[in-house]
Design a protein. Structure first.
Length: 377
């Protein structure tokens, strides 16, 4: 096997533009590390980038989903429709509210759910649908928004992969119809080291979310500093984004357009390199509109191909094992044939901004060797 350069050893890797260290140092020197005006500046910058009135920053994408479900009033006795093809966090936050998941299948070409699949899964107990914008691809629910609204069903978008992606004429999160949840974790398109945000539908949503993310306290830090008391208006959690993490996100925002273009270019490079490779099916992420988060393929004998590539030092991964087959979620298991087939075939190729075109061609060459060896070929 050909020796592998270090970049291939990781399936994904954080990419820093060089300004993050100085930004963090400034916060460290300020002596104020919690939710500060730096966090609030990050919120304003996120909202301005998306072209929306407001954004509420939290500690993680998981926290964003949890707060969004609570803000939508989801709780015990409710059902939330969610694709099985997602990270387990999407399901765990449903259970954290006391609601139950109803798993739904996905489209074989995109690994995203569809309006038709969601509506087919709706029951009298459905209180919310939670589409996952898999790999960064938008899920357009415009055809069913009116129907969902008439039924009192909230839309909560898991857009952990999709910051900067486009949906229709605007960016994901800008249509005002959904509580859209982003992740700014270590390997996301935009990283805060760890962080997340919710895009509220209304000012009332924003106020509710701000209470939820800070133990029910409604006043901001600057407002609390000017008074001898503060008000705890209701239930809340400790989900606020620290200034340290927000400063990283602010530095990342300054070069995000370059990030988006680079990720699109790398995805297209993989697309071109894989064109003539037999037995490989590329998962379509609509890169002209999305900011790709993953580059995934489907192959036969996936486990053998995976083992060969890992042995060769290629940092492949699997995103994700289907959740409806996980022991923790066994009570809600139902047949999902497309998800189950995809779960046996998907393979995530190394995809991060440290890669070069030469790296990608090297990965594809090793993949071609792996396919020849798989299945006893």
């Amino acid at each position: 096997m050909t020796p592998i350069r270090p970049d291939h050893r990781r399936n994904a890797s954080p990419f820093l533009n060089g300004a993050e260290a100085a930004a963090v140092t400034r916060v460290l020197e300020s002596g104020q590390y919690g939710h500060t005006d730096v966090t609030e500046e990050f919120e304003r910058r996120i909202a301005a980038y998306l072209g929306v009135p407001d954004a509420v920053a939290v500690t993680s994408g998981t926290a964003a989903l949890h707060c969004a479900l609570l803000a939508a009033g989801i709780g015990a006795g409710d059902e939330v429709i969610v694709p099985s093809m997602t990270f387990c966090a999407t399901v765990q936050v449903i259970l954290a509210t006391g609601a139950t998941p109803r798993f739904v299948d996905v489209d074989a070409a995109t690994l995203c759910t569809t309006p038709q699949l969601l509506m087919e899964a709706v029951t009298d107990s459905t209180a919310a649908v939670l589409p996952v914008l898999f790999g960064g691809r938008a899920v357009d629910l415009a055809p069913i928004h009116e129907n969902l609204t008439e039924r009192g069903i909230s839309v909560i978008e898991d857009a952990a992969h999709a910051f900067g992606s486009r949906s229709g004429t605007g960016l994901v999160g800008a249509d005002g119809q959904a509580l859209t949840c982003f992740s700014f974790g270590p390997i996301k398109n935009l990283t805060c080291g760890q962080g997340g945000a919710i895009i509220p539908r209304t000012p009332e949503d924003a106020a509710t979310l701000r209470g939820l993310r800070l133990l029910g306290v409604v006043q901001s830090q600057s407002e609390r500093a000017e008074t001898t008391t503060y008000q705890v208006a209701g239930f809340g959690l400790r989900y606020q984004l620290s200034a340290l993490n927000a400063s990283i996100g602010l530095a990342q925002l300054d070069t995000f357009d370059t990030t988006a273009n680079t990720r699109r270019h790398l995805w297209h490079t993989y697309q071109d390199a894989l064109t003539d490779l037999e037995g490989v099916r590329l998962i379509e992420v609509d890169p002209d509109h999305a900011v790709p988060h993953l580059c995934q393929i489907r192959v036969q004998h996936r486990n053998e191909v995976f083992a060969y590539l890992r042995e060769a030092g290629i940092g492949v991964g699997v995103h994700y094992p289907p959740n409806h087959l996980q022991p923790a979620f066994a009570p809600w298991q139902r047949p999902l044939p497309v998800t189950e087939q995809a779960g046996a075939e998907i393979l995530s190729l190394p995809f991060h901004q440290h890669l070069t075109e030469a790296d990608i061609h090297h990965v594809v060459n090793i993949l071609q060797d792996a396919l020849k060896h798989a299945g006893g070929a």
